[in-house]
Design a protein. Structure first.
Lengths: 114, 112
């Protein structure tokens, strides 16, 4: 696998349910990012990991959102008690600390909250 | 506040035209700037990365330039093709930060 992998690609859920997204970064990349994108807008930064440490969180990441990267490899993003306003594309990206800093994105996970 | 702005928001051109997409950013102390392509409902594909010490980067029919002093970058697409139709996003990483800040994108349509 040479790219960033995200699952599931699509998730439809009812308001109030919990959802979890998974991201598998490029294998040698130690930096992992989560972004959210709504229709017609650019991606907005949510959070950043270096190895297993979560080093930055956006104010967009309310207390209903939690992200983990337990072993410094894959990451999960969980949204609890989903709201209709959470409907968006959730994008994961990875980069290597030793390269140019170029970010590589996955295909995204689209969330629809009914 | 660190912001990225892209103009125009949308562009429609006939096939074969050379075109320029614009990106402007506040605060010239950038680390790098990255251009992406996004097809509808898909993720982002990295096109070009320009480091703060560079003036331009080229890949095939694409050329991206960087002028830090004026806070601008342009993406030049030569001999546009219908397959170039997509949204083009500019993103900036400022020095001392590890995240990219994105513009809202330019939606390009190239018609035969």
């Amino acid at each position: 696998d040479t790219g960033v992998s995200q699952n599931p690609r699509h998730k439809i859920t009812k308001r109030g349910q919990n959802v979890t997204f998974r991201c598998d970064p490029i294998s040698e990349h130690n930096r992992l990012y989560w972004y959210r994108q709504t229709l017609g807008q650019g991606p907005e930064f949510l959070t950043y990991f270096q190895n297993e440490a979560q080093l930055e969180k956006s104010r967009l990441l309310s207390d209903r959102f939690s992200a983990e990267r337990p072993k410094g490899s894959f990451s999960t993003l969980e949204i609890q008690r989903t709201e209709q306003g959470d409907s968006a594309m959730y994008l994961c990206a990875s980069s290597s600390q030793t390269n140019t800093g170029e970010l590589f994105f996955g295909e995204g996970s689209r969330l629809t909250v009914l | 506040k660190q912001e990225v702005t892209q103009i125009p928001a949308a562009l429609s051109v006939p096939e074969g035209e050379n075109l320029v997409l614009n990106c402007s950013f506040t605060d010239s102390a950038i680390y790098n700037l990255q251009w992406f392509r996004q097809d509808p409902g898909k993720g982002l594909t990295s096109l070009l990365l320009i480091q703060s010490s560079q003036r331009e980067q080229t890949s095939g029919r694409l050329n991206a330039s960087l002028d830090k002093s004026s806070g601008r970058s342009t993406l030049y697409i030569a001999a546009s093709q219908p397959g170039d139709s997509a949204t083009y996003l500019c993103a900036v990483r400022w020095g001392g930060y590890n995240k990219l800040i994105f513009g809202a994108g330019t939606r390009l349509a190239v018609h035969p």
